[in-house]
Design a protein around this ligand. Sequence first.
Ligand code: FES
Length: 115
Amino acid sequence: MLPKETRSAEAAEARWTRVATAEDVPPNELTAVSTDRGPVVLAWVEGRMYALEDRCSHQDYPLSAGELEDGEVECIFHGARFDLCTGRATRLPAVAPVRTYEVEVRDGGVYLRLD
Ligand code: FES
């Protein structure tokens, strides 16, 4: 049987899912990826990677079709905006947040915690 520390480290590692290579995500663009939890949009801005549910909380259209602007993603369909860090809606017509995911870039890959 594995020591307890090894088991907990393996369990923590198992929660991370590789969804893209770092090269797949150009800086300052929105990149859509598919995951077991549904579509996710990645954004690499000023050296930091962000991951949000790729579904606008207004009418469910993909945020990945939109634009990055001042640390926010703007939905191209009706102009709602969401904070990249928190997913908070910052401009109408959206009022509800979108889900965000913990993200890590390591070993050339982009990993999300999808749990
Ligand atoms: S679907 Fe995004 S603002 Fe309407």
